[in-house]
Structures are given as C-alpha cells and as structure tokens.
Design a protein around this ligand. Structure first.
Ligand code: UD1
Ligand code: CA
Length: 457
C-alpha cells in the first residue's frame, strides 16, 4: 500500500507571477505534472495534492485526473500542517511518501530507493551540499544513526556546520505517521508545524530511520525563482541529450536541443542544432533532422530527411520522404514513401501517396493525393468557401502545372495533366490535358501610353 502526498500550497512569491508556482512549466509541462507523472510511475493506491495559494487554478489543472485528490491547506502553517490536511485521505497501512510540487526532477528510481529504505521504518532523502544554508540539517549520533532534523533557523552553530541536508522528501509508515503528525507543535523559530519533527518522533518510538541518496543531486533542486526554473530547464535538457547520445543518436550540439515530451529514436539518427521536439515524437532508423526544426507529435519513417527550418505538427512522414527546407506540415498530414514536400509548402489534413511531390510554394489542404503526382509551384487547393471545407482529390500520376487553383470539391483523375495557370472548378478527366487559361494573343500596332509632356505638347 503506497500513499503519495504532494505539497503544493506555497506561494512562490519570487516567481512574480499570477500563476501558482507549481503550474509553471519545465520542458513544456507544469512542474506539478512532472511530479504527478513520477508519482504515478510508482503505482500508488492514492495521490493527494495539498493546495493553498492559487488552489482553484491547481485544482482546475488536476481536473479529469480521477486518481488525484486535492485537499486545501488554508492558512499555510508549515510542511507538517500541510501533511496534516492530507492525513484524512490516506489509505491505512503501508507507506506514505511526501513529495514537493516545486521539486520537479526527482526520478522514479530515486523514489524507489527511498521507499525501499523506508521498508522497515522511516526514510529521508538527503544530499550533501557545499553550502547547506537555509536547509534542514540531518543530525546523526556517534554511531551515525539519524536522530532528528533541525531547521536552519533553529540550528546551533555546530549544527549549522552539518553539510548533510534534508531534501524535504520522505517516506514513513502511514499508521505511525498519523500519530506523529497529531503530536507536532509549532514551538520553533518560525512558529510553524514542521514535518521534519516526525523524524525525532520516530526515533523516540524506536522506529528505524534511514537515509537514501538521489541518483543525481540535481534531482532534488527546487524552483523558487525564474532563474532557478531556467537552471532546472537546462539541467533537464542536458539530461535528455545525454540519454539520446547514450541511445546512439548523433546530436550536432547536445546543448542545443530541447525535448518537451517524449522523443524516441531509432538507430543512426542525426539531429542538427536548435531543434525543438514537443509531445510524442518518433524518429525511425536513419532519420536526419536539419537545423532549427520544430516537431510536435510527429512520426518520421526510416531514412526520411527533415530539412532546415521546417515546422511539423501531428504529421506522419513516410520512409525516405524529404521535407523542407522551410516546409510546414499541419495536423493530419500523411506523407507516403519517398514523397517530397519542399520549401514554402504548407500541407494540412492531406495525404500524399508514394513518390508524390510538391516542391515549391504551395498550399495543399484537405486533399488526397495519389502516387507519383507532381504538384507544380504555386498550386493552391481552394478548400474553404468561407463556410465549409471541401476536399480535393488528385489521383495517381496526375501532373498539376504551376500556379493552379483547385477549387474544391474537385477531382483530378488518374494520369490527368492540368495546364499551368488553370483555375479548376470541375473534375479534370483522366489522361487528358485540362487548361482554363484564356488563349494568348499578340496585338499588332499597340503602343505604350506615354506622358503628355514627353509627347512634346
Ligand atoms: C523545507 C524543510 C527543510 C528542507 C527544505 C528543502 C520543513 C520544516 N523544512 O524547508 O528541512 O531542507 O524544505 O527545500 O519541512 N508547503 C506547503 N504548505 C506549507 C509550507 C510549505 O504546502 O504550509 C510546501 C511548499 O509549497 C514547498 C514545500 O512545502 O513545496 C517546502 O516548503 P518551503 O517553505 O520551501 O520549506 P523550507 O522552509 O524551505
Ligand atoms: Ca524551500
């Protein structure tokens, strides 16, 4: 049985923001969402979030997550008081793990280590810091056993010299914790109910107290300011980059990639500088992504190339396809194998069959394009009549001349050729040239108009 309590009542004054601190983002997701995600990975029976400042916004952010319960802490009288508010929601037995909503990078592995350390009693996640100022210090006896935690403001000079600090994250036996919480007092320098006082209570009750260390010290860093938020963002991104390098991805510069979601890569993927990956992105074997691309919820097939400055959202790029430079694939784009979408081409809710091309300056929206189709420069699917969207169908082996407007709903039949400059308002028959241009004429004896003074009057 595992309960997880996430403390998220703090104000976050130094963020200077209308948004509650825990809703500020890291890698595209709120800090609270990171913590809840990691909490879920431990398969707890219950997750309780303690809200306070901006409680309504935090509750709204948790709406639609039936496995998460919010309790209100008002006023905020300390970390111990915060957990007291969650106590009625805790399921009996087992362990209760306490996390902070503003410590977003703590990993599943670290928390498993802590919960294991707490199996026989109480576990505290601690780190050693060169400058422990401000933190609660871990006080041990001569045998090295943890006796209590003393807050910085209550610590003697000797205690302030201790460099092992409380990260704030702890795991305790739920049933005993209830009693320890009930016994907390606010008789201390800050007049707060300290959660950290449960450590001395456990020791007094003869319950073993163990420490656990995080996988990386930076996992336990908290965010109190925009500067710390930016610092954690870089730490997180650096960690993502290292993970990709270890998985065999080539990064032109590990310091210039941002992953805001999940990025899954096959073998021998190359990613150039300044690319942003959002949501769930999958790059298959041998994919090359050029510099300055944004990919949001995209799948790219084996051997495909995304050239510089392309923007792809909810798109599926087939094997060996070529996109960009300067291409925009909007939601619902599906590109077949070896297809090409070139510079200044926008594709939306459209499917390209294998080996089809739109190489230059076109808009292809709400369209079904067959195989081996060539769409010339400046082609536009006129899919919107001001009220409704209509579909354009271009069948296999069609050739669309440059500067063509396809006024949907309209179909270009198999093997048809549409002459350059055509405005197609009816279907183009198969294997036939359709052209709507007015015939070209040359007017004999025509003179350019001239200005009156130059004409000598
Ligand atoms: C706390 C610990 C300290 C530890 C430090 C690590 C206590 C008494 N002290 O100190 O030992 O070294 O964290 O950063 O626990 N919160 C609430 N309600 C409250 C008070 C706090 O929800 O009434 C939340 C905050 O939003 C924050 C977390 O608890 O997420 C910690 O609060 P904070 O004020 O930062 O604790 P510290 O005094 O720094
Ligand atoms: Ca703090």
């Amino acid at each position: 049985m595992l309960n997880i309590v996430i403390l998220a009542a703090g104000m976050g004054k130094r963020m200077r923001s209308d948004l509650p601190k825990v809703l500020h983002t890291l890698a595209g997701r709120s800090m609270l969402a990171h913590v809840v995600g990691t909490a879920r990975a431990l398969s707890p029976q219950r997750i309780v979030i303690v809200t306070g400042h901006g409680a309504e916004q935090v509750q709204a952010a948790c709406a639609g997550q039936p496995d998460v319960r919010c309790v209100l802490q008002s006023p905020q009288l300390g970390t111990g008081h915060a957990v007291q508010q969650a106590e009625p929601e805790l399921l009996p037995g087992g362990t209760t793990l306490v996390l902070y909503g503003d410590v977003p990078l703590v990993s599943e592995a670290t928390l498993r280590g802590l919960v294991d350390a707490a199996a026989q009693g109480l576990g505290v996640l601690t780190v050693q810091l060169p400058d422990p100022t401000g933190y609660g210090r871990i006080v041990r006896d001569d045998a090295g056993e943890i006796r209590r935690i003393v807050e910085h403001k209550d610590a003697s000079p000797a205690e302030q010299a201790i460099d092992e600090v409380n990260t704030g994250i702890l795991a305790a036996p739920t049933d005993a914790l209830r009693g320890w919480l009930a016994g907390l007092t606010n008789d201390n320098a800050q007049g707060e109910y300290y959660l950290t006082d449960v450590i001395a209570a456990a020791v007094a009750a003869g319950v073993p107290v163990r420490s656990a260390a995080p996988g990386h010290a930076w996992e336990t860093l908290g965010v109190n300011s925009r500067a710390q938020q930016a610092e954690l963002e870089r730490l997180y991104q650096r960690h993502q980059a290292e993970r990709l390098l270890e998985a065999g991805v080539t990064l032109a510069d590990p310091a210039r990639i941002d992953v805001r979601g999940g990025l899954l890569c096959g073998r021998d993927v190359f990613i150039d500088v300044n690319c942003v990956f959002e949501g769930e992105v999958e790059l298959a074997d041998g994919v090359i992504v050029g510099p300055n691309c944004v990919l949001r919820n995209v799948r790219v097939g084996p051997g495909a190339r995304i050239e510089a400055f392309s923007h792809l959202e909810e798109a599926d790029v087939g094997a060996g396809a070529n996109v960009g430079p300067y291409a925009r694939l909007r939601p619902g784009t599906v590109l077949g194998e070896r297809s090409r979408v070139g510079n200044f081409v926008e594709v939306k809710n459209a499917r390209f069959g294998a080996d089809s091309k739109a190489n230059h300056l076109s808009y292809v929206g709400d369209a079904t394009v067959g195989q081996r189709v060539n769409i010339g420069a400046g082609t536009i699917t006129c899919n919107y009549d001001g009220v409704n969207k209509h579909r354009t169908v271009i069948e296999d082996d069609a050739f669309i001349g440059s500067d063509t407007q396809l006024v949907a709903p309209v179909t270009v039949k198999r093997g048809a050729t549409v002459g350059a400059g055509t405005t197609l308002t009816r279907d183009a028959p198969a294997d036939t040239l359709t052209v709507s241009r007015s015939p070209q004429k040359a007017i004999e004896g025509w003179r350019r108009p001239v200005k009156a003074d130059k004409a000598g009057r």
